[in-house]
Write a protein that binds this ligand. Structure first.
Ligand SMILES: *[C@@H]1O[C@H](CO)[C@@H](O)[C@H](O)[C@H]1NC(C)=O
Length: 234
């Protein structure tokens, strides 16, 4: 999801009582890459925080994700974003996890909407590992793995411009998900198509912290971690 309401017509129908829009919480960006450079590969791991406990709208829906895109905010530009989702009634959203746990799936926001692979339940405190890879120009693959086994993957071809932005965010549909505890995206490794010593300086954070990204190969590969602050959707 990104920045705009997915069902504005419904919000109008229901009036002020029920908010039916995605709300951004904490958000982190790196990029854009310069010139014709692009993000070749991103790998990272996370142990998702406990699911929110004090939600106040029963159809709320929380997500946390890292993605790559050729745009920071344009929904007509694909966003490859393997995604964790949780809802008070997970089953109603197609997530087979218990209601105290998250689901995860390879997922892409395309101009005509979100394409999710089937949701996979994630045990509490389970580390999940990710790879998003521009395998050839205009083609991006995602792999989601647990204990070395790929549990969800998707490949998007003809995405247009290669990804130039790294984006990480938490979001809440309805804005009433309650409190999302702090969590850390670990072992984040961003590999560019060509070396750029200045890429690390593009890190910008709102509601998150990081010791920064460092390179030991003159800017081809960047390593770091990002801690998202506790976020309250109330
Ligand atoms: C995804 O996993 C499959 C199976 O392990 C592997 O063949 C492929 O190279 C991986 N692709 C990416 C983009 O990680």
């Amino acid at each position: 999801m990104r920045f705009t309401s997915i069902i504005p017509a419904l919000a109008l129908t229901l009036g002020a009582a029920a908010d039916q829009e995605w709300h951004f919480g904490d958000v982190v960006y790196m990029g854009p890459t310069s010139g014709s450079n692009y993000i070749k590969k991103v790998t990272y791991s996370v142990t998702a925080p406990p699911v929110p406990t004090d939600f106040s709208q029963s159809d709320c829906w929380a997500s946390i994700w890292i993605g790559i895109s050729a745009s920071q905010s344009d929904n007509s530009v694909p966003l490859m974003q393997p995604i964790f989702n949780w809802a008070p009634d997970n089953a109603a959203q197609g997530c087979p996890a218990a209601n105290n746990a998250w689901c995860v799936a390879a997922s892409t926001l395309l101009p005509d909407g979100q394409t999710d692979e089937p949701y996979v339940a994630v045990a509490n405190n389970q580390q999940v590992d990710f790879e998003i890879n521009t395998v050839s120009s205009g083609t991006v693959s995602q792999n989601v793995s647990i204990d070395g086994n790929v549990i969800s993957s998707i490949t998007n071809k003809n995405i247009g411009k290669n990804p130039t932005y790294f984006i990480a965010a938490d979001e809440c549909f309805t804005g009433k998900c309650g409190t999302l505890a702090s969590y850390t995206w670990e072992n984040v490794v961003i590999t560019l198509a060509t070396a750029d010593k200045n890429f690390g300086a593009t890190l910008s954070m709102d509601g998150a912290s990081s010791k920064g990204f460092t390179t030991s190969d003159n800017g081809l590969t960047w390593k770091g971690a990002i801690t998202f602050n506790k976020d309250v959707f109330a």
